[in-house]
Design a protein around this ligand. Sequence first.
Ligand code: ZN
Length: 171
Amino acid sequence: MDCIKNNKNGAELVTGYCAGTLDSSVAQEIGVHIGGCSECRGEVEAQRAVWDALDAWTPVEVSGDFDARLYARIAQEQAGPAWLRWLRRTFQPATPMVWWKAGVSLAAAGAALSLALLIGHLPNRTDVIEQKATAAKSVPASEDVDLQQVQQALDDLDILTPASQSPSSKL
Ligand SMILES: [Zn+2]
């Protein structure tokens, strides 16, 4: 037979072989193959090692009254007014709050605020366009055609550029 690793059902074949649930003819084929193929023998041995480890593992004993205590605790958490539950969740969270993450969020918010203030100080788009239009009018007539083209291009760009874009894209 071909290598088990190249078979699309290879994983099932290996687990089935280790579990002894395969048809005896298939199991026999695999047995013959892994006798001569170290790669596939390695797959089977790895699978057996996992199962041996799982067999050797004994779960931690749970105390007899674990369920009763768990449900009592849940009932206790759900009792009481909503604000008390909120306080408990906030100050005794199941996952402890990581304070440096909160700090990073604050820093990001500060950076966004600084950017917003900076944008507020930049000249707005219509001012810039008006300045360019004024400059175009004051130039001699010989260059009128080119400047009209430039103005047209600026207007087209203004239509194409969303108003929400960053200040660096302004004209
Ligand atoms: Zn093989």
